[in-house]
Design a protein around this ligand. Structure first.
Ligand code: SF4
Length: 425
């Protein structure tokens, strides 16, 4: 018995205790959702009115019988208006849970958003008395109010087009249903016309015919286009595309990505693109957020993330990309080790057991997010000095002299990495 207690074994008594605590927590968070709130209680000012969504310290947990899984742990990032923000990370790092939290679609009662703010910049809300743009705090917004936001202002393209459509209804029926929800004043004929127009918009060549088809009569690419048409039906300000090309072959992937880019340009909306495919991100995103074990570990512009990766995990990801120039006999690099158990996360850096640049300091507190340039930040102790040197520079307006140490450090670091890579080869 003693041996078992050392591992992940949980005694019956412990299990009962966890379940009891879970029930208490779930009841509490469910009761919060049912509260009747005044609009002033779930509207907050935006930090930057040019953002469509601002996520700050988001915490989403799942209460399981073996313990509380912290799927999203203090996640903060912004989605600017008319931009594509790519969220990357391996399976289980919290990308999809973050997007479901924005939509208030986390599987309740086990899954609950337990902290933080998600500020959605709605055009329906005005300004507060200090002249700041008001936004919905989605974490506190009541479920009833969320029906008006979900689908209309924020819509989602789900992972698998093969299973997302209902097989027993025609495409037209399912599309009309969504169109009617967002345009209740239109007549039946007008709704049909609108649905066909949406099918045309997403590049379906025979929209009238497709309107009458059942999902099984369409290819994967066509079904994904229908899903995109549904997402666009409400004329949303933000589209969350959760791995929209995972189930598609490469040529269709390219078409769907091109379509999304085109629609983003013409509709003037923002896209939050969730994927584990770095190629998709490089092609599509303006800004990139990298997540690891429920936390954001690096964020910056697409150029910074790909040309100047800082976090050892990001560097590992870049190294593990297959290159056309690499030799066939050369094994593809993979990051050694495993992600820590989400039920029992350590206090130190979560990447410590896999990091090849780990130092004594890494066993201490979790590294805070450090700004290394106005648009680039990283959560790693390696850049503590760079960030400290960088701070006074931005505070004082950035004189040319103060830029030198950061640039020097960066060059030194890149040089070190090159030597390391050459050594590995
Ligand atoms: Fe590696 Fe330390 Fe940075 Fe974590 S904080 S990624 S262990 S160097």
């Amino acid at each position: 018995m003693k041996e078992k207690n050392k591992g992940n074994y949980i005694s019956l008594r412990e299990s009962r205790k966890i379940i009891k605590e879970n029930v208490r927590q779930m009841k509490y968070y469910e009761s919060l959702k049912r509260r009747k709130l005044d609009i002033s209680e779930y509207t907050v000012p935006m930090k930057n009115p040019d953002n469509i969504v601002e996520i700050e310290d988001l915490e989403t947990c799942f209460f399981t019988d073996t313990g509380t899984v912290k799927s999203v742990h203090g996640v903060s990032f912004d989605v600017p208006k008319n931009k594509v923000v790519g969220v990357v990370g391996e399976s289980g790092c919290g990308k999809s849970v973050t997007s479901l939290s924005i939509m208030q679609l986390v599987q309740a009662p086990q899954g609950q958003v337990v902290g933080g703010q998600i500020r959605f910049n709605s055009s329906e809300l005005g300004y507060d008395d200090k002249g700041r743009k008001l936004a919905y705090d989605i974490v506190r917004t009541p479920t009833q109010e969320m029906y008006n936001i979900r689908g209309k202002d924020i819509s989602m393209i789900f992972q698998d087009p093969m299973t997302s459509l209902n097989p027993v209804f025609t495409i037209g029926y399912q599309l009309d249903e969504v169109s009617f929800l967002h345009r209740p004043n239109l007549s039946k004929a007008e709704i049909k016309e609108y649905s066909i127009e949406m099918l045309k918009k997403v590049g379906i060549s025979m929209p009238e015919h497709t309107y009458k088809c059942y999902p099984h009569e369409l290819s994967g690419g066509m079904r994904q286009r229908v899903m995109i048409a549904m997402a666009l039906a409400g004329d949303p300000k933000l589209i969350i595309a959760d791995e929209p090309t995972t189930a598609l072959d490469v040529t269709i992937q390219a078409q769907i990505l091109e379509l999304l880019r085109e629609l983003q340009r013409t509709q003037g909306c923002s896209i939050m693109l969730i994927t584990h495919d770095l190629g998709v991100i490089a092609e599509m995103a303006d800004e990139v957020v990298i997540m690891y074990a429920g936390r954001v570990i690096e964020k910056g512009t697409v150029h910074e993330i790909f040309h100047n990766p800082l976090h050892p995990y990001n560097i590992g990801l870049q190294k593990s990309k297959p290159l056309i120039t690499s030799s066939v006999s050369e094994p593809l690099y993979s990051i050694p080790g495993q992600v820590p158990n989400p039920i029992n996360l350590p206090d130190h850096c979560y990447f410590m057991n896999r990091c090849n640049r780990c130092m004594e300091r890494c066993a201490g507190a979790y590294p805070e997010m450090r700004q290394v340039s106005p648009t680039h930040s990283v959560a790693c102790h390696l850049y503590a000095d760079v960030a400290a040197e960088n701070k006074p520079q931005s505070a004082s307006g950035g004189s040319k002299k103060k830029k030198t140490p950061f640039a020097k450090n960066r060059v030194k670091y890149i040089e070190e990495r090159r030597i390391e890579q050459r050594g590995a080869k």
